[in-house]
Design a protein around this ligand. Structure first.
Ligand code: NAD
Ligand code: DAU
Length: 328
């Protein structure tokens, strides 16, 4: 794949992706990341990749970097729903304007782009029922975060159709695994219990997420880069057993020996996400590797956070202080 520009490569999914690409020696990698609170250079320790600190909204820098690479994989985003409810502004700037800036650069240079998106663009499904999102489900985002991701997907499609840009899109469900910021559900609970605090469940905890291990997500991204059809969108989801937030938190408490409490619910809280990944499987032959169930993946993830306290400790107090301000 020549030289690959990975935006947001110092974040959770992006850094796991860079590690995978370098370990398999698939491409030379240049990471572009502005290092927000969610970006961490330590995530790239031991990865043989060039790092450039800068924003995807910086048109001159983006043009220069895109001009020097063969492929762009666009992970950079403001990614946390709760933050988008507190202050949507950086979400519009990075997710919408940043994607626009990148699209203009790949259009000028004729560079291949893969855009990383989310299942949240489709809105949500009733908790009861088995219906899943497909690639043709109409967009119906709920939060400022998901609305800006939906906007970025629309921009990519428009640039494909109007300007012939060579791009693909993937929409993935909730990831978990190593290097995930501790503001997110699973690492927040693991680190709460490690700290002797109760885990925190929003509302009743009846909501359902379609959990996927980050390596399964990144395997799928590589399959799309290698064999995906230009202009196409692919849904990514592992299709594990339907598990509510309450069941996930109970599993974590059982494995670690902790307890949980109910806290204020998220305004506009999406009820259920579920992805139909049949197109990805049928066309590209992708299948998840983490098939032993969520419990197995959680045990490995818990072990990682236990073994890497130095990685998360510095962020813990600030994260919990911000949540406490919203009664969460
Ligand atoms: P993250 O918040 O852990 O990482 C985001 C990275 O982007 C950080 O390193 C941050 O510094 C960087 N960044 C932010 N603004 C930037 C800017 N203006 N310029 C350059 N870099 C910038 O996020 P994540 O969970 O790794 O998500 C990565 C991508 O995957 C996002 O596009 C997100 O929408 C998408 N996604 C995430 C999930 C999930 O479960 N986490 C699921 C589906 C899709
Ligand atoms: O579905 C894909 C999306 O998954 C990605 O696009 C987002 O970037 C990613 O952050 C994630 O969004 P969610 O809002 O689903 O994830 P989060 O980890 O914030 O919350 C997961 C569920 O757990 C959600 O129903 C809210 C709930 N929750 C969250 C936290 C932080 C709790 O019950 N307690 C908590 O402390």
């Amino acid at each position: 794949m020549g030289t690959m520009l990975v935006t947001g490569g110092a974040g959770f999914i992006g850094s796991n992706f860079v590690r995978m690409v370098r370990e398999r020696d698939l491409a030379e990698v240049v990471v572009l990341d502005t290092l927000t609170y969610a970006g961490n250079l330590a995530n790239l320790d031991g990865c043989d990749a060039e790092f450039v600190r800068g924003s995807v909204t910086d048109a001159a820098l983006v043009d220069e970097l895109v001009g020097g690479c063969d492929t762009v994989v666009h992970f950079a985003a403001e990614s946390h729903n709760d933050n988008s409810l507190r202050d949507p502004s950086p979400f519009v700037t990075t997710n919408v304007v940043g994607t626009f800036t990148l699209l203009e650069a790949v259009r000028r240079h004729g560079t291949r782009l893969h855009h990383i998106s989310t299942d949240e663009v489709f809105g949500d499904l009733p908790v009861e029922g088995e219906e899943k999102f497909t690639e043709t489900t109409p967009y119906n985002p709920s939060s400022p975060y998901s609305a800006t991701k939906a906007g970025s997907d629309h921009l990519v499609r428009a640039w494909v159709r109007s300007f012939g840009v060579n791009a693909t899109i993937s929409n993935c469900s909730n990831n978990y695994g190593p290097y995930q910021h501790i503001e997110k559900f699973i690492p927040r609970q693991i680190t709460n219990i490690l700290d002797g605090r109760p885990a925190k469940l929003y509302g009743t905890g009846a909501q359902v997420r379609d959990w996927i291990h980050v390596d399964d997500h990144n395997d799928a991204v590589l399959a799309i880069l290698e064999r995906g059809r230009a202009g196409e969108t692919y849904n990514i989801g592992a299709g594990l057993e339907k598990t509510s937030n309450k069941q996930v938190i109970e599993m974590i408490c059982e494995i670690m020996g902790g307890s949980f409490e109910h806290v204020a619910d998220r305004p506009g809280h999406d009820q259920r996400y579920a992805m139909d990944a049949a197109k990805l499987t049928a066309e590209l032959g992708w299948a998840p590797r983490y098939t032993a169930g969520l419990r197995d993946g959680l045990e490995k993830t818990i072990a990682w956070y236990r073994d890497n306290e130095a990685w998360w400790r510095g962020a813990k107090e600030g994260v919990e202080k911000r949540y406490a301000e919203s009664g969460q």
